[in-house]
Design a protein around this ligand. Structure first.
Ligand code: NAD
Ligand code: MG
Length: 388
């Protein structure tokens, strides 16, 4: 039976995930109607998307952006501004794709779930920071949280046949795969001289700059451990990281009977995006399949936690709970931004996160106001350690 046409809000439409979502939507115009979009600084791209898809509403960051965009779009669209604008667009479409970068994606996550919508979540930072608050809004009638992040999307698929009992008692472990990034196999000494160009050269995925740097430090995998605990309600001790350089196995679930289920595909984010949009139906993929007619090797190895201390920091943040993951993610955002602006070296990035975490004071995180206070405090400490 065909799906009825679903309305889609794509927030962060001009970024790497945003552009790939548009690719999927171009092929699926009979099933989905793109009604709302947002973007940060790339206003001419945003205007082009608004015109191509005939969108009704656009969210931008500021009043100045609103006037510029108003001049760029050929048609009449309603332009909303700031966090309120993002929240408004997130509560009015059937499916909300959160493809905004960083903590700035928080209003989308909270508004979409709070309005009982399907949230197709790429923006891991908001879920990691606000996990205790998201648990509450997730119970809203109709709300559905489906992960675009390829590892979590793989796990979502591998868990599909499991009874959805809290804590998944049938599951022994979630096995998150990691490509290992551009510095896999580098020693601590070699890593001291790692450059920005090296860090931005990801071996298997083409992504936005921040997540590419996170992949080079393995902080991305650390964040994904926290993301997995928040999404599936499974303690971090039951989430293990396995390095798999080919990025073909996107993650695995090990059951108590010793059986391991894996999800495989070419490394292409349009697959998890399509999965999240189409669920429970599968959408046809147009971008090439895995080729089993030629030989292919799948390799697995343990991560080097000594050379990449970000993983240990993430497990520690998971153990501390409360606002600790919010601190880790905020400090990392500050450090990565400074690295991309050539203010610090690659090896300083995780060191700054570590020294920020030393100032964390336990907070169970029971309100949005507390989350904002914690986020600001972590950023202040991270900036202070940048100056050291
Ligand atoms: P990107 O930098 O390419 O795009 C980010 C988008 O967010 C852009 O549209 C940008 O204009 C917008 N944006 C940035 N800052 C903003 C702000 N302060 N306010 C409003 N809008 C803002 O990033 P990306 O690589 O597409 O990643 C987006 C999210 O998806 C991240 O959370 C990332 O971790 C996650 N993710 C990305 C990939 C990938 O393959 N790129 C894979 C898994 C998860
Ligand atoms: Mg991922």
């Amino acid at each position: 039976m065909p799906l009825s046409r679903r309305s889609v809000a794509l927030l962060g439409a001009t970024g790497s995930i945003g552009v790939q979502t548009l690719d999927v939507l171009r092929h699926e115009s009979e099933r989905f109607e793109l009604v709302s979009i947002s973007g940060g600084e790339q206003l001419s791209e945003l205007a082009a998307i608004a015109d191509e898809f005939n969108v009704k509403r656009v969210a931008v960051k500021s009043d100045a952006h609103r006037s510029t965009l108003g001049e760029l779009v050929a048609r009449d669209v309603s332009i909303v501004v700031g966090d309120e604008g993002l929240s408004e667009l997130s509560s009015t479409a059937d499916v909300v794709v959160n493809a905004v970068l960083g903590f700035a994606g928080l209003p989308i996550t909270l508004a979409a779930l709070g309005a009982g919508k399907r949230l197709a979540l790429a923006n891991k930072e908001s879920l990691i920071a606000a996990a205790p608050l998201v648990t509450t809004v997730r119970d809203t009638r109709g709300a559905q949280l489906v992960p675009i992040d390829s590892e979590h999307c793989a796990i979502h698929q591998c868990l599909a046949s499991s009874p959805a009992e809290p804590g998944y008692p049938d599951v022994r472990r979630l096995l998150l795969t990691a490509s290992g990034g551009p510095f896999r196999g580098w020693s601590r000494e070699q890593l001291r001289d790692a450059t920005k160009a090296d860090a931005l050269r990801h071996p298997t995925w083409s992504m936005g700059a921040k997540i590419t740097v996170d992949s080079s430090t393995l902080m991305n995998k650390g964040l994904e451990v926290l993301e997995a605990t928040a999404l599936f309600g499974i303690d971090a001790e039951r989430v293990k990281v396995v390095v798999h350089p080919q990025s073909i196995v996107h993650s695995m679930v090990e059951y108590v009977d010793g059986s391991v289920l894996a999800q495989l595909s070419r490394p292409d984010m349009r697959l998890p995006i399509a999965y999240c949009l189409g669920l429970p139906q599968r959408l046809t993929h147009h971008w090439g399949d895995l080729d089993f007619t030629t030989s292919m090797e799948l390799r697995f190895e343990p991560p080097d936690e000594e050379a990449f201390p970000a993983l240990g920091l993430a497990y520690e943040a998971a153990r501390l709970g409360g606002a600790a993951p919010a601190w880790l993610s905020a400090a990392n955002e500050v450090a990565v931004e400074a690295f991309l602006a050539d203010e610090i070296r690659w090896c300083d990035v995780v060191a700054i996160v570590a020294s920020t975490m030393e100032h964390y004071v336990a907070d169970p995180l029971t309100s949005l106001a507390a989350l904002h206070e914690n986020d600001e405090a972590a950023r202040r400490w991270a900036r202070a350690s940048l100056e050291k």
